[in-house]
Ligand binder design. Structure first.
Ligand code: MN
Length: 248
């Protein structure tokens, strides 16, 4: 049996996102949307994926105005920034050694990490939620959580506390760790700091203030607690199945 490489797995995740029934797109609509992760030989430009549900679908837990701004302004800005970073690095390379172009490499490499991680995490985040979600996970993801954390309650407390305690802007992240084959919880700052390379995000929670301040103001804890009511565990389970085929 051939073992898929990382590019194939990420391509699969993108294909799942584009073709999966959970995002409610017809085949024609799916074909019109660029996958979140470009496939080899495919389009090089990153595109803002559509929200997989109307902006008010997650009410009352996450309000429509927040969703509209978060997706249409904030996520869109990361996509724009990522495309810009790629273009600027290309220009810097073409400037050649000794040109002023290479002096900008550090700046645009920083931008690549920030905006690229932001784009990836938001793309996962939208699909991790649905109207009428929540509850306890079943199937493979439920078993994996119970095995790796002892119980769903242990996992829930670990993840919620991590998300609530992120310093400043960041994310709570449940990721598949392929070296040992287990789930881990990360608390990322900004989008790209305090992460572990090789891990595949399965379930993510944005705790930047733009994700909750209109409705929850300074009560990040209330927002984190409400997140448990909108999780799309079928999406997390699909991501786990794809990620488990990955080798480090
Ligand atoms: Mn955000």
């Amino acid at each position: 049996m051939s073992i898929p490489n990382r590019r194939e797995i990420l391509g699969t995740l993108g294909t799942l996102a584009a073709a999966g029934g959970w995002i409610g797109l017809t085949a024609e609509e799916s074909a019109a949307q660029a996958p979140a992760t470009p496939t080899p030989g495919g389009p090089k430009e990153y595109k803002l994926p559509p929200l997989p549900y109307p902006p008010d679908a997650l009410e009352p837990h996450i309000d429509a105005q927040t969703m509209t701004l978060h997706h249409g302004k904030h996520h869109a800005a990361y996509v724009k920034g990522l495309n810009e970073a790629i273009a600027k690095l290309e220009a810097a390379r073409q400037g050649g050694a000794g040109s002023s172009g290479l002096d900008s490499i550090r700046e645009w490499t920083d931008s690549l990490a920030f905006n690229g991680s932001g784009h990836t995490l938001h793309t996962v985040f939208w699909e991790n939620m649905k109207k009428g979600g929540g509850g306890e996970p079943k199937g493979a993801i439920g078993k994996q959580i119970a095995g790796d954390f002892g119980s769903f309650a242990n996992f829930q407390a670990h993840f919620s506390t991590t998300a609530k305690k992120v310093q400043g802007s960041g994310w709570g992240i449940v990721a598949w760790e392929p070296l040992s084959g287990r789930l881990i919880v990360l608390g990322a700052e900004k989008h790209q700091n305090l992460t572990m390379f090789g891990c595949v995000p399965l379930l993510v929670l944005d705790v930047w203030e733009h994700a909750y301040y209109l409705k929850y103001q300074n009560n990040r804890g209330g927002y984190v607690d409400a997140f448990w009511n909108v999780i799309n565990w079928d999406n997390v389970d699909s991501r786990l199945a794809a990620a488990m085929k990955l080798t480090a």
